[in-house]
Design a protein around this ligand. Structure first.
Ligand SMILES: Cc1ncc(COP(=O)(O)O)c(C=O)c1O
Length: 402
C-alpha cells in the first residue's frame, strides 16, 4: 500500500526529506547571453553612466508603456528618488501599507516625512482604500500602494482619490513588473512607479531599480536626484567638450552602472518568458493546493494578471495543531526554502520605538502575518522543484492537520 504523504515521517522528526538539495524561495537565472552582454561592457570605455543606461531605460519605458524611465542603484534608491520627485518634505505624511518590505516606508523617513500605515484587505493583502481614506489629513502628500506578491493594488480608485485630494501616487511595483491591471501594464498607471531588479525579482541587474513616469518634471527631478543633484552627466559633458556643471539640489550617487544596465537589457529580453513560467507555476500550485483543508490561497481579482513575484499562502490556525514557526521549520527540514513576507513594518523595533506602535493597530495585516508562509517561486524552477514544493506542503500540513 502506498502511504499518503501526510503519514510519512517528517524530516524534522528524522524522516527522509522530500528533496536532497535545498530549494531557495527565489533565485536569479543568468544565461550565456547575459554573461556576454556584461563582458562586452567590461571591455568597453564606459562601465558606468555610459550608453547602456539610455538603452536600458528606453527599452524599459517601452515595455511598461511609460514616457520616462529613470534607473537607480536599487529599488530602495528608486523609492527614495520618487519620494523626492514628489517633493516630500519634513512635516509631510505618506500613506502606505504595513504589508511590505521596510524599504517602502523607510523611503519616506529618508526625507524627514512620516509614513502613515493603512491596513490591508484580507483577500489580496493589498492596501485597503477605505483605510487610506480614513488616514488622509492636511499633511498627507503621497500615497504609496504596494503590489503585494505581484498582484496590483486597486489602482483606479486610489488614483481617483488622489486626484480629488491633490495627492501624488507612487506605486511600489517592486513585486509586479509585467503585471496587468484592467488590461493596462503596470508602470504607466500612477504618477510614478518603482521597480526593483534584485536577484529574486522578474529580471535582475544584481542590485538595481527603476522609476517610470509620464511626467517630464518628475523625470528631471529623478535624474538630478540620482546624480548628486547635478544637472546632466559626465558623458554628456565630455561629448560636448564641456567641464562646467552645477549642483542645484542635494542628491545622492544612486546611479546604476553600465554593467548592471547591460545585464538588465539582456534580461529584459527574457521577461515575457520569465513571467509565463511564473504564471504556469502559480496555476499549478493553485490547482494542487486549493483542495487542501485549512490552506488559504490569495485571491486574484477580476481583470488582474499578477506577476507572481511571491507565492504566499496562509492557513486557518484552528485546522492545524502547530503554528507558523513549527510548520515553517518542518518545511525547511524537507529542504523547501520557505520564507515569510512580511513582518508588518510597524512591528519592527525601529518603528515601535520611534512611533510607539504596538500589536493590534493593524489587525488584518497582523493576523495575516501570523500564518503567512511564502513558497518558492522563481522562473528557473523545474517541474520537479514545483512537484517537491507541493509534496512537502501536503506532507507537512497533512501531518499537523487536526
Ligand atoms: C515591496 C518592495 N519595495 C522595495 C524593495 C526594495 O528593493 P531593493 O531590494 O531593490 O532595494 C523591495 C525589495 O525586495 C520590495 O519587496
Amino acid at each position: 500500500m502506498v502511504r499518503a504523504r501526510s503519514e510519512e515521517r517528517l524530516a524534522i522528526d528524522g524522516g527522509r526529506p522530500v528533496r536532497q538539495s535545498f530549494l531557495p524561495y527565489g533565485h536569479q537565472s543568468i544565461d550565456e547571453e547575459d554573461i556576454l552582454a556584461v563582458v562586452k561592457v567590461l571591455q568597453s570605455d564606459w562601465i558606468t553612466t555610459g550608453p547602456k543606461i539610455n538603452e536600458f531605460e528606453e527599452a524599459f519605458a517601452r515595455y511598461v508603456g511609460a514616457k520616462h524611465s529613470v534607473s537607480f542603484s536599487s529599488g530602495t534608491a528608486a523609492l527614495h528618488g520618487a519620494a523626492y520627485a514628489a517633493d516630500l518634505k519634513l512635516g509631510d505624511e505618506a500613506i502606505t501599507t504595513p504589508m511590505t518590505f521596510c524599504a517602502t516606508a523607510n523611503s519616506v523617513l529618508y526625507l524627514g516625512a512620516t509614513p502613515i500605515f493603512a491596513d490591508v484587505s484580507p483577500d489580496t493583502l493589498n492596501i485597503d482604500l477605505k483605510e487610506v481614506k480614513n488616514r488622509i489629513t492636511k499633511k498627507t502628500k503621497i500615497i504609496i500602494p504596494v503590489d503585494y506578491a505581484g498582484h496590483p493594488a486597486d489602482l483606479d480608485p486610489i488614483m481617483e482619490l488622489a486626484e480629488e485630494k491633490e495627492l501624488i501616487v507612487i506605486e511600489d511595483a517592486c513585486h509586479s513588473l509585467g503585471a496587468r491591471y484592467k488590461g493596462k501594464q503596470v508602470g504607466g498607471i500612477c504618477d510614478m512607479t518603482v521597480f526593483s531588479f534584485h536577484p529574486v525579482k522578474h529580471i535582475t541587474t544584481g542590485e538595481g531599480g527603476m522609476v517610470t513616469t509620464n511626467d517630464d518634471e518628475m523625470a528631471t527631478r529623478l535624474r538630478r536626484f540620482r546624480n548628486h543633484g547635478i544637472e546632466g552627466d559626465a558623458r554628456q559633458r565630455q561629448a560636448k567638450g564641456e567641464w562646467y556643471y552645477e549642483m542645484v539640489d542635494l542628491g545622492y550617487n544612486y546611479r546604476l552602472t553600465d554593467i548592471g544596465c547591460a545585464l538588465g537589457l539582456s534580461q529584459l529580453g527574457k521577461l515575457d518568458q520569465n513571467l509565463a513560467r511564473r504564471r504556469d507555476i502559480a496555476t499549478y500550485y493553485r490547482s494542487a493546493l486549493k483542495g487542501l483543508p485549512g490552506i488559504i490561497l490569495s485571491t486574484v481579482q477580476r481583470d488582474i494578471l499578477p506577476a507572481w513575484h511571491l507565492f504566499p499562502i496562509r492557513f486557518k490556525r484552528s485546522s492545524f495543531s502547530a503554528g507558523r514557526s513549527v510548520i515553517f521549520a518542518a518545511l525547511r527540514a524537507e529542504n523547501i526554502g520557505v520564507n515569510v513576507h512580511y513582518i508588518p513594518v510597524h512591528l519592527h523595533p525601529y518603528y515601535r520605538q520611534r512611533f510607539g506602535y504596538h500589536s493590534g493597530e493593524y489587525p488584518i495585516a497582523e493576523a495575516a502575518y501570523e500564518t503567512l508562509i511564502t513558497l518558492p517561486m522563481f522562473h528557473g524552477m523545474t517541474d520537479q522543484d514545483v512537484e517537491d514544493v507541493i509534496d512537502a506542503t501536503k506532507k507537512v500540513f497533512g501531518h499537523y492537520s487536526t
